[in-house]
Design a protein around this ligand. Structure first.
Ligand code: PHE
Ligand code: ZN
Length: 849
């Protein structure tokens, strides 16, 4: 259990390990409650280290035997590892330990899921498998033998031998222990192959539980497309004879990039048209790409320590976003990412959990797999690319791979390749890695004598442990539109480096309208001095699709805020603007669907709080409902035509074209349901033959207060499909009315299928509870208490998932005193739980601070 005083680890304390690891040999004798792990590890003291301390991490291990160079030893054991005297020079350390995978519910280390053995080692899970220097800067080759009476026995690298009850694997590429993996079970393979650009034949397998064979084809295809793309765009070739992916039901995260043996949450890889939505397919494609791309950005070049996590994650998220933009629609991808960034990263960056993209301290590293490290980390790469240009970016990446292959690196190494390639000095830019918080950029304009000037001022709010910050290096992409909507100045990147700076555009015939922060060129909050008329103009004319969407978003936000704070009625500028976009058949349907979307209620609460107002969740909910109703009425005449235009007659494909039509079709269906009381939705449900349509029509019915029969039929139809039943749970909670949300969630937690120890199922109810803004923040506080009850219950079983879900409370200081008191009481109740995990302790105390 947890030690009394949790330790804080600091970046500044980094010190290398005193030994090199030359070779690792592991033998696993699998048994559910008593798996034996025999290790033989070749160590050598580093030439420059004088009698370094020999400490190996190890947790929850039963040591059976240890030896050095064949001589048995009695090492000193502590809570966190093992230490002993070692000879000078090179030596072989051996250990035999016993572990209990069947009782490992934390899903870290070696555990079992539905009879299958599976590992998860990132970040520090290998120490629950055997004694080892479990740190990413210790890299070694691994040879693994798995003994077990199971048909499929997998580990990293290439298969070298196998027979009745055993298999041997060798991974020739030195890797840190966090990339180790082992899988064993009664699995079936969906197989294919890929020939790399230099002619290497690679066997590809997607291993799944019997019964899931029909959900593999898309993931496999996405894998092959990813392999090709990384060759074409980054010149990166795969480096083993096999690439295996395994789907597992019990998993804390989306997926894991273990060398040659990726392990996926089954929700992140399994899909068929009948059971998965278009959004699921797109997410799967992106995660497959992400994990595959890690083979170079993460595995061949890894992180020196966990503070450098963004080195692999920010870059790999950036790469997977490039992939998605290439194979789908770039503007649609960008808009989706920005919606996500504002929904998840901005609240984190502007609340008690704010931390730099490269954090400087932590208690539990698992708590730093955050939207800031991942998504803001990717934004930083995008800004860097914009500042140096595509050509220099490509050269810098080539240099990065050439210079650092096989190494464990830092952000300094990463920035150095850019400095070396471009000759630019990047120290101010580097502040993006160390200063937390979302910069605010205030816009002022001036016009006279053919000159338009734009004055940009930046400020960065204080965040935990950081005050009085320095100005950042912010790339602001700007274009100018003339009075007729034609572009009079093409997009250019203004480099805002000072607290306040003026940029001039000369020789203009008339006062232009500025389109600022095109493509969302920096993760900042723009404080527009731009009028509502200018926003409506941009909504109609902007040539940058992102900013055209952004104008619609600003207008929607201002409309809603006017309704909430002043009881205004929805403005015609916004409604007309959206209507004209909806009826514009030249625009991509997916894009039109996004243009019709409203900011989330939680985002509105954030905007209100930012302006010094106290958000009232019920008022926000009512305004959103009213505006949606007004929009539906405004578009009434258009809806039937649009509905039939969006019908897809061809057989189902989850590609951008078809899914775009379905997404606009679903917007039309929601609007229609507000007008016809559910008639169209019921008939669509009855004839739905894919999950996208089935779920959107069921959702429309539930939102209209109907659909109980369909809901029951849906359950009967999909009872045996765990991934679909997750959706069935989630939908009910996310669509419940504010005063019903808690009761609905409570009831579902009593359902016989609520297998709460499986993270996907736990999240399917408690996730939407926290996301249903008005329902979660219902004035009586019952939803807060329900979530806290379940977090307290899950913590001893699975600290990692518990801690992550505590972030539902991170925005608590936005709300009124009563709500704050209710939330504080729950946070304090969680904090006071005996034996609370280090993970959850750290999260709750940071949130309370
Ligand atoms: N490294 C994984 C990814 O980004 C995420 C992960 C982290 C998975 C920790 C499991 C545990 O792809
Ligand atoms: Zn990743």
């Amino acid at each position: 259990m947890r030690d009394a005083a949790p330790q804080t680890i600091y970046l500044k304390d980094y010190a290398p390990f005193g030994f090199d690891v030359r070779e690792v040999n592991l033998i696993f004798d699998l048994a559910p409650n008593a798996t034996r792990v025999t290790s033989r590890i070749r160590f050598a003291a580093k030439p420059d280290a004088e009698h370094p301390d020999f400490f190996l991490h190890g947790e929850q291990l039963k040591l059976i035997r240890a030896a050095i160079d064949g001589q048995e030893i009695t090492p000193t054991l502590t809570e966190t590892g093992l230490t002993c005297d070692v000879p000078d020079g090179a030596f072989t350390f051996e250990a035999e330990v016993e572990i209990d995978p069947a009782n490992n519910t934390a899903l870290e280390g070696l555990y079992m899921s539905n009879g299958m053995y599976c590992t998860q080692c990132e970040a520090e899970g290998f120490r629950k498998i055997t004694y080892y220097p479990d740190r990413p800067d210790v890299m070694s080759t691994f040879t693994v033998r798995v003994n077990g009476d199971l048909p499929v026995l997998l580990s990293n690298g290439n298969p070298t031998d196998s027979g009745e009850g055993f298999a041997e694997w060798h991974d020739p590429w030195p890797k840190p222990a966090y990339l180790f993996a082992l899988v064993a079970g009664d699995l079936v393979a969906h197989s294919d192959h890929f020939t790399t650009v230099s002619g290497r034949e690679v066997d590809l397998n997607l291993y799944v539980r019997p019964g899931d064979e029909g959900k593999c084809a898309f993931g496999m295809d996405a894998l092959k497309r990813s392999m090709k793309w990384d060759e074409d765009v980054y010149g990166r070739e795969y480096d083993l004879d096999v690439f295996n992916i395994v789907a597992v039901d019990d998993f804390n995260m989306g997926a894991m990039e273990n060398k040659g043996l990726n392990v996926f949450n089954s929700s992140a890889v399994l899909a068929s048209p009948e059971t998965a939505t278009d959004a699921n397919f797109e997410r799967i494609e992106a995660i497959i790409a992400h994990e595959y791309f890690h083979n170079w950005t993460g595995n061949r070049i890894t992180c020196r320590d966990w503070f450098q996590l963004c080195l692999k994650e920010g870059l790999t998220v950036f790469r997977d976003a490039q992939f998605t933009s290439d194979v789908r629609s770039a503007p649609v991808k960008r808009i989706g990412d920005v919606i996500d960034l504002r929904a998840r990263q901005f609240p984190e960056d502007n609340g008690p959990l704010a931390h730099p993209v490269r954090p400087e301290s932590f208690q539990e590293i698992n708590n730093f797999y955050t939207a800031t490290v991942y998504e803001k980390g990717a934004e930083v790469i995008g800004m860097l690319k914009r500042l140096v240009g595509d050509q220099a970016y490509a050269e810098a990446l080539d240099l990065y791979f050439a210079r650092h292959d096989g190494q464990a690196c830092t952000i300094e190494d990463w920035l150095k390749v850019f400095e070396d390639v471009t000759g630019r000095e990047l120290s101010q830019f580097k502040l993006w890695y160390s200063q937390a918080g979302t910069p605010r950029v205030k816009v002022e304009e001036d016009w006279g004598d053919g000159t338009y000037s734009l004055t940009l001022s930046q400020s960065l709010p204080d965040s935990p442990g950081q005050v009085d910050k320095q100005p950042m290096h912010i790339p602001v992409a700007v274009g100018l539109l003339g009075p007729d909507g034609d572009e009079v100045r093409e997009t250019q990147t203004l480099e805002l480096t000072e607290a306040r700076q003026t940029f001039r555009f000369d020789g203009l015939a008339a006062k232009p309208t500025a389109s600022i922060l095109r493509e969302f060129s920096a993760p900042v909050i723009l404080e527009h001095g731009v009028s509502r008329d200018a926003q409506a103009f941009l909504l109609a004319h902007d040539t940058d699709p992102f900013n055209r969407w952004s104008a619609a978003r600003v207008l929607a936000t201002e409309t809603l805020i006017g309704m909430i704070t002043d009881g205004k009625t929805p403005g015609g500028d916004y409604l007309d603007g959206v209507l004209s976009v909806l009826r514009n058949d030249d625009l991509d349907p997916a894009y039109r669907a996004l243009m019709a979307g409203l900011p989330t209620q939680s985002e509105l609460a954030g905007v209100l709080a930012d302006r010094g107002l106290i958000p009232d969740p019920m008022a926000i909910w009512r305004a959103s409902e009213t505006l949606k109703q007004a929009m539906a009425q405004h578009a009434q005449d258009l809806l039937p035509r649009l509905h039939s235009q969006m019908r897809v007659d061809a057989s189902y494909r989850p590609d951008a074209e078809q899914s775009g039509k379905r997404s606009l079709g679903s917007v039309v269906l929601s609007m229609t349901t507000r007008l016809d009381g559910g008639e169209l939705a019921a008939s669509e449900y009855a004839k739905s033959d894919n999950m996208t349509l089935q779920l959107s029509s069921l959702g429309a019915l539930l939102r209209a207060g109907k659909g109980q029969e369909e809901l029951a039929a849906f359950y009967d139809q999909w009872q045996a499909d765990r991934l679909v039943i997750d959706k069935w749970f989630g939908l009910q909670v996310s669509l419940a009315e504010p005063d019903q949300t808690c009761a609905v969630a409570q009831k579902l937690t009593g359902h016989p299928d609520f297998h709460w120890k499986t993270p996907n199922r736990f999240r399917s109810v408690l996730g939407p509870l926290a996301m249903n803004h008005a329902g979660f923040h219902h004035g009586d506080g019952t939803s807060y208490a329900l979530l806290a009850d379940w977090l307290i219950r899950l913590d001893p079983v699975n600290p990692q998932t518990t801690a992550r879900m505590c972030s539902a409370f991170q925005t608590w200081k936005r709300y009124d005193a009563d709500r704050q008191a209710l939330i504080r009481a729950q946070l304090e109740r969680i904090a006071a739980t005996p034996e609370l995990s280090r993970d959850t302790t750290e999260m709750v105390s940071r949130i309370l601070d």
